[in-house]
Design a protein around this ligand. Structure first.
Ligand SMILES: [Zn+2]
Length: 92
């Protein structure tokens, strides 16, 4: 019974993949993973806010694409107001 259900799903996916030619969704995965591996996130030790260089902090005058190291020391956590020094690198 379980095998029959699985076969139905495989049949649908297989025919769809045949029509779409050589393109598979998997093609996009490697590029995205290298992108995320290169960037360093920082977390506010006070409130847990995570600074993402890709997003920056537009409300705080930090344009998207700004590395944490390039943020001026006068910048504060947009959530709790902690200083830049209170942020820690987020690993893993
Ligand atoms: Zn904070």
């Amino acid at each position: 019974m379980l095998a029959a259900a699985a076969q139905e799903q495989d049949g649908r996916g297989g025919s769809w993949r045949c029509r779409s030619g050589t393109h598979t969704p998997d093609d996009n995965l490697p590029a995205m993973s290298t992108d995320t591996a290169a960037k360093q996130l920082w977390i506010c030790s006070s409130c847990g806010f995570i600074y993402d260089p890709d997003e920056g902090d537009p409300d705080g005058g930090i344009p998207s694409g700004t590395n944490f190291d390039d943020i001026p020391d006068t910048w504060f956590c947009p959530v709790c107001g902690a200083r830049k020094a209170d942020f820690e690198p987020l690993n893993g």
